[in-house]
Design a protein around this ligand. Structure first.
Ligand SMILES: *Cc1c(COP(=O)(O)O)cnc(C)c1O
Length: 387
């Protein structure tokens, strides 16, 4: 008797978009379900399970299925942007309360937490979540509702111990959400480490081609009141991802594993090479042994990702770093990350005052180009500024 098939690995499931075949034509590539409304049965029921496009869509569900498989989650939810996913999660908390969040994180969400969350009755404490003692001090048992961490944390790529934070938060009755955008499900599975919610800007690696704005959430427990409230808010506020975007995301997810592994390999090479460059003061990459979060990253991730930052030699002067960014020709001077093309950005210019980002820091999102070409371009740009 033939052995039963072993369950496919996440990479296999994603490559085949869970193996779905369209039943009428047997198309291997699924159609885009654009209909906003669905036929009722004669007895007035909706036997297909679909009623209207604002709460639900079949193409969105397909992409959610793939994402859930990648995260080892029971359910995933797609929203119109990473920021709408993050803010919906906060707004769906059962009651207003205290939120503890990483000091080093995606600046626009940190800004939302500080400026907007108090309008909904929350109080927010920003801490260095890489320091578990600081997290323990910040969390107030019975008052703290949520600990929000981002790891690796943008743009310094600080590493937070997910399991350590989960233990502290849960002991105090708080939930834990992890922005895992930079780690991707290829290198990190926060739910398995104790997180209650995983969030992604699917705009970045999940889609991977800089042509979709999307956000994602994933959970182990789709019956949890927090999760069902997020779904309710998505429907009520109209936050669902559009079907065309969901279809593009589904296509992008098929190659996620190979893209992210190749990009991460190039990032590791660049981190090493740039570490020896005389125009660079410091390389920030969790894959480097001297990175303060290296040991934890090695423990909780299966790869170090494709984001790094460099502090350009010349002290806290923005001008030299900006001049290097101005002198590259291959790297694209643009914000965002996680696409197949490499991007360079003077981050302090974006984040403004209050940012923990050094003024001489350049953020590098490593794409799929040949790493030798990428290094040569940076080397030439650094040389032109030094002379
Ligand atoms: C881009 C980004 C976000 C915001 O996502 P959008 O899709 O732009 O709304 C949140 N977190 C991280 C780490 C990001 O890089």
């Amino acid at each position: 008797m033939a052995k039963p098939p072993t369950p496919p690995k996440p990479r296999t499931l994603a490559a085949q978009a869970l193996g779905a075949v369209e039943p009428v034509t047997r198309a291997i590539v699924p159609p885009v379900h654009v209909s906003t409304t669905y036929l009722r049965d004669p007895d007035n029921a909706y036997s297909s399970g679909y009623v209207y496009g604002r709460p639900d869509n079949a193409t969105v569900r397909q992409a959610e299925g793939v994402l859930a498989a990648l995260e080892g989650a029971t359910a995933a939810m797609l929203l119109g942007s990473g920021l709408s996913a993050a803010t919906a999660a906060v707004m769906a908390l059962p009651e207003p309360g205290h939120i503890v969040a990483s000091q080093v994180m995606y600046w626009a969400f940190r800004d939302w937490l500080v400026r907007e969350a108090p309008r909904y009755g929350h109080t927010v404490t920003l801490v260095d979540t890489t320091d578990l003692a600081a997290v323990r001090d910040a969390v107030v048992p019975g008052k703290t509702r949520l600990v929000w961490i981002e790891t690796p944390g943008n743009p310094l790529w600080t590493i937070t111990d997910i399991a350590g934070v989960a233990e502290i938060a849960h002991a105090a009755g708080a939930r834990v959400a992890v922005d895992s955008t930079v780690a991707t499900p290829v290198f990190s599975r926060p739910l398995a480490l104790g997180a209650d919610l995983v969030m992604h800007s699917a705009t970045k690696y999940l889609n991977g081609h800089s042509d979709v704005i999307a956000g994602a959430l994933a959970t182990r427990d789709p019956d949890d009141a927090w999760w069902t409230r997020i779904a309710e808010l998505r429907a009520r506020l109209g936050l669902i991802l559009g079907p065309f975007e969901a279809w593009l995301l589904l296509r992008g997810l098929r190659t996620l594993d190979v893209r992210v592994r190749a990009q991460s390999e190039s990032a590791a090479l660049l981190a090493t090479w740039l570490g020896h460059h005389r125009g660079i003061e410091r390389v920030r990459y969790p894959g480097l042994p001297h990175h303060p979060g290296h040991a934890i990253a090695t423990r909780q991730m299966t790869g170090y990702g494709a984001m790094l930052s460099v502090d350009v030699l010349g002290g806290e002067q923005a001008a030299i770093a900006i001049a290097v960014a101005a002198a590259v020709t291959l790297w694209k001077r643009a914000t965002s990350l996680g696409g197949v093309e490499s991007l360079i950005e003077h981050r302090a210019s974006i984040e403004g005052p209050g940012s923990p980002c050094p003024t001489n820091l350049l953020r590098l999102s490593v794409g799929l180009e040949d790493p030798e070409d990428l290094y040569a371009d940076l080397d030439r740009a650094l040389g032109s500024v030094a002379s």
